[in-house]
Each structure stands twice: as structure tokens, then as C-alpha cells.
Design a protein around this ligand. Structure first.
Ligand code: SF4
Length: 421
């Protein structure tokens, strides 16, 4: 729901006003309109994504932070979940992907539905309310593989929320099953699918997708599957993967397109900006002269902040990916319009395969420490943002990570004083 413009006026602090007044006139005009509750156009979004002046950037960050405060208050949310990638075998050949393996290649993996359910049970025993399940498009995967996984988990854990299957997997499963998307998705919902990750969006632009994925899943097909999922009552996240062969006008068009979908369906739970990890990505290693090695630090800041500004009143949850940025930068994003730190994950492997080295898991108590060190209130949520626990005067149970870690992901916190009680 969009906010009353008078509320913005009342809440605008003297600090925010001073930062806004330092911005250039064109940027000030856009931000002022955003703070009054007006929609930021695609052209204005491009303008904000393109700023280079430090005073303009400061005004954008302050505006995003003010809108975050209006939408979410001081609460920062997270979910206790486990990531399960049931196969990394895939022949789609997306050029940015460091995760996929050929079926006879070393490290190729394909878990049975029972093995997936076993991992879900381990997660449940560690307090998880969600399993996030995605896999490669294995050439031998039957169309019923997706429902088999859901049924195997639900047989053991009726209360577990299953957040699973990207639009690319839905495209693949529906083709293999010779079913229209709506019937395929309705069947998955009946088998226990609770929500879907809105991954495989990359950048919703045909030319960019041609470079990234040879446009195997077109932007229109991605949108059709997402709209169909929302139509049958399956909420999804929204994502953008940036920092490769893209530019500010692609980002603004992508965010505006997500906003248009949300205006019609209301089915997005959150936006998760995903920075391109280049280290093990063929897209970069084969063409380093034409592909950027991920976004710059300023682009990361602007992506979260401008997304918050463009989506205000449409998608209230902006999530930072700690697996892409690491815990320290993820904490920084809490001042760039972010209100959600995503999941504990337990077994992150897609970013790791692409070369990220931020670990596979952050525990709930570590997320609480990060949030408190930023002066905010940690809140555990479920997948669809219902509150499970507010950690204002107590802590979550202390659990050792599922997989031993080489280093403490929160070692950066030692640089900060303990927050005042
Ligand atoms: S991104 Fe997904 S669909 Fe593309 S190659 Fe990698 S695993 Fe396959």
C-alpha cells in the first residue's frame, strides 16, 4: 500500500533535508517526488543509477534509508532455512554459470528425492522453517522429478515450507511433462510447493540475455511463468543479476518491469539484487575484455538504494545477499534501503561454485549480532514475512554451523564497539 504523502513530510528529518539540499537540482527533484510518494519513472531510475557525484549518492542513500524506515521501521528480518541443490548437472550452457557440470564430470551430483528429504529433515531438526531447492536442468530429469521432491519432503515434514524451482526449472519441467505452465504449477502447489525463487531473471532484456544465456529462457517467458505462478497462488521472490554486460538503463527497465508485474499480481515477496561473481564464470574468464568483473562498490550501493526508491509502495522488502557480498558489506546495505538479510542457508553452493568465498552458512545468532551492531532489531520471519520471533530481549539458540568454516564470517564486527544496551 502506498503511504500518505503528508506522512513523508512529517517524518522528513532535518538530517535528511540537509543531505537532500546538497544534491544537484535534477536528482533533488526526483528524490523529493519519491519522498512525497510519487512513482519514480524508468527514465528517472536510469538517472539515479547513473549518478557519479558524491553528494547525489549521499542523497539517494538517505532517501532509500528514509523510505526503508517508513516501510519497515527498525526491524531487520531473516529466515532460518537450508539450501539444497539436488543436481548440478545442466546442459543449458548459461555463460555466467560456474555451478553446472556435465553428467560425467568430476563433482557432478544428482540427489534422489529421498536424499533431498533427508537433508530437509536435518534442517528441520536445526530449526529451519524453509528449504530452498533448485537444481540444474539435467537432461535425464523426468518432468515428474519436481513433484517427486515435493511429495518426499511433505511425507516426512508436513510443516516445512518448500521454496523451490526457478522459472527456468518450471519451463523445463512443463516442457518435459507436456503441460501448460498453469496446470504444471497448480500440480506442484497441490504437491506442497509453497513459493518460488524468482531467479533466472538475470536482466530482463533480450540483448543482455542473448549474451548471458543465449536467450534460452526469454524475458517474456520468465514474466509469463512468474505471472502464472502468482495467478495460481504461488508467491515468488524477484531478482536482478548485475555487473557483467549491463548498464544503468537495463537496471531501471528491469526494476520498472518488476514493479508493473507487482502492480497487477501482488505476488512478489521481496527483491534480491545479486551481484555477478566473475571468478569462475566462463562469461568473464573467456571474455575479460568485454565483461565486467562484477559491479563496483558504488554500483552495489546504488542498486539496493535505487531499487528501494523505485519499488517503494510495491515491494516493501529489499534483501541483501550475504553470499554474494560477504557479511560486512551486507551489513553496510542496511543503510542503503535494505531490511532483510535472507537466510542462514546451511549449504550455499551456487555463489561458491562461481568463486564467492563468503561461506555456506551464517547462523541465526550471528545474523542477530550483525543486525544489533547496526543498531536495528533482529526479527526471525518465515518465507512470506510473517514474524516468528522478535529478538529484542533474548537470543536465538546458539548452534554450531552444519559445515565447519575456515574463518569467522563476523570477524569484521571486532572493529566495531558493542552497541549500547
Ligand atoms: S544457470 Fe542454471 S540453467 Fe543456466 S547453466 Fe547454470 S544451472 Fe543450468
Amino acid at each position: 500500500m502506498r503511504s500518505n504523502p503528508r506522512d513523508f513530510e512529517r517524518r522528513r528529518s532535518a538530517d535528511l533535508q540537509a543531505v537532500l539540499e546538497g544534491a544537484s537540482r535534477p536528482v533533488w527533484r526526483v528524490l523529493n517526488r519519491a519522498l512525497l510518494g510519487r512513482e519514480v519513472s524508468e527514465a528517472e531510475g536510469t538517472q539515479l543509477f547513473s549518478v557519479t557525484d558524491a553528494a547525489d549518492r549521499a542523497a539517494i542513500y538517505a532517501t532509500a534509508d528514509a523510505l526503508r524506515q517508513t516501510a519497515n521501521g527498525d526491524r531487520v528480518t531473516f529466515v532460518v532455512n537450508r539450501n539444497i541443490n539436488f543436481t548440478n548437472v545442466c546442459y543449458m550452457g548459461c555463460r555466467f554459470c560456474g555451478f553446472a557440470r556435465r553428467k560425467d564430470e568430476a563433482g557432478a551430483e544428482w540427489l534422489s528425492p529421498e536424499e533431498v528429504a533427508q537433508r530437509a529433515e536435518e534442517a528441520w531438526a536445526r530449526g529451519a522453517t524453509e528449504v530452498c531447492i533448485q537444481g540444474g536442468l539435467h537432461p535425464k530429469l523426468p518432468g515428474h522429478a519436481y513433484r517427486d521432491i515435493l511429495l518426499a519432503i511433505k511425507a516426512r515434514l508436513p510443516g516445512m515450507h518448500i521454496h523451490a524451482f526457478s522459472p527456468f526449472e518450471i519451463w523445463y519441467g512443463a516442457r518435459k511433462s507436456k503441460m501448460p505452465y498453469a496446470a504444471f504449477l497448480a500440480d506442484l502447489k497441490a504437491c506442497g510447493l509453497g513459493s518460488m525463487p524468482g531467479t533466472a531473471a538475470e536482466i530482463l532484456d533480450t540483448e543482455v540475455r542473448q549474451v548471458l544465456t543465449r536467450d534460452k529462457l526469454s524475458a517474456d517467458a520468465w514474466e509469463e511463468i512468474i505471472r502464472t505462478a502468482h495467478g495460481v497462488g504461488i508467491p515468488t521472490t524477484a531478482t536482478i543479476m548485475y555487473g557483467h554486460v549491463d548498464a544503468p538503463h537495463h537496471w531501471a527497465a528491469h526494476i520498472a518491469r518488476l514493479r508493473d508485474i507487482q502492480r497487477d499480481t501482488g505476488g512478489f515477496t521481496e527483491l534480491v539484487p545479486l551481484s555477478f561473481v566473475h571468478t569462475e564464470s566462463p562469461l568473464y574468464t573467456q571474455s575479460p575484455e568485454t565483461v565486467r568483473p562484477g559491479p563496483t562498490a558504488q554500483e552495489v550501493d546504488l542498486m539496493h538504494a535505487v531499487s528501494r526508491i523505485m519499488l517503494h509502495g510495491f515491494i516493501d522488502n529489499i534483501q541483501v545477499s550475504w553470499t554474494k557480498l560477504g557479511a560486512a558489506r551486507a551489513q553496510d546495505m542496511l543503510t542503503r534501503g535494505v531490511n532483510d538479510l535472507g537466510g542462514t542457508l546451511m549449504n550455499e553452493s551456487i555463489s561458491r561454485a562461481a568463486g564467492a568465498d563468503h561461506g555456506q552458512e551464517i547462523t541465526a545468532s550471528e545474523l542477530c549480532r550483525m543486525i544489533r551492531a547496526a543498531g536495528r532489531v533482529p526479527v526471525r520471519r518465515n518465507t512470506v514475512y510473517d514474524v516468528i520471533d522478535v529478538y529484542d530481549d533474548h537470543d536465538p539458540a546458539e548452534l554450531a554451523p552444519l559445515v565447519a568454516r575456515a574463518r569467522d564470517p563476523l570477524d569484521f564486527l571486532a572493529m566495531f564497539p558493542e552497541p549500547a544496551p
